[in-house]
Design a protein. Structure first.
Length: 195
């Protein structure tokens, strides 16, 4: 199985201790561990947590909005499009502030997102999704064979808007990467210097 295209964003994490939000089965933490970077995952799926733990990955079943790390960390990663966990553009400032509150003084966020402006219109919004507001406020659900999960909110944020929201909450994007012609983009984010 090939690695997702945005795993290249892990190159921004060279050392220290990492929290991976939405870690799934721990693939990104395993990749970082092979490079000597230690970390811990946060994941809502009990099945994914079980698989991660069986593979020796440190993780906890928790929601990113209620989890409290035991100590500040060097990096928080939300890769695999997991910047979408914010759910809506309105919630994005609080999401970024929450993740950045887990960082130590020099810590950084590594975020990848899908850009609604670079996706075909038919890929936006699930059935019954609201058509007003920010076009990247969509709903998703997971499907596996005949099983289909419930709809949940997901954010597809364009790079310019992400930069504006970061600035509005005292953060700044210091590096960017793109994949698939910009349909997927990554940002290395840190606290903006005090004026």
């Amino acid at each position: 199985m090939n690695d997702p295209i945005d795993t290249e964003a892990l190159d921004w994490v060279r050392d220290g201790y990492v929290i991976d939000v939405g870690c799934g089965t721990g693939r990104h933490l395993e990749m970082l561990a092979r490079r000597g970077v230690r970390g811990h995952g946060v994941e809502v799926s009990p099945a994914a947590v079980s698989l991660a733990r069986a593979a020796g990955v440190s993780c906890v079943r928790a929601d990113v909005f209620s989890y409290h790390p035991p100590h500040p960390v060097d990096a928080v990663i939300a890769i695999g499009g997991n910047g979408g966990m914010a759910g809506t553009l309105e919630a994005l400032p609080g999401f970024l502030l929450r993740l950045s509150s887990w960082l130590n003084e020099r810590g950084r966020l590594v975020l990848t997102c899908s850009d609604w402006t670079r996706l075909p219109p038919e890929k936006l919004n699930g059935h019954g999704s609201p058509s007003r507001g920010y076009p990247g406020d969509v709903r998703m659900r997971f499907r596996l064979d005949d099983e289909v999960g419930a709809w949940f909110p997901w954010l597809l944020v364009d790079a310019e808007t992400l930069g504006q929201v970061c600035s509005s909450v005292g953060l700044r994007i210091v590096e960017r990467k793109e994949w698939l012609g910009g349909a997927v983009h990554g940002a290395l984010i840190e606290r903006a210097p005090s004026p």
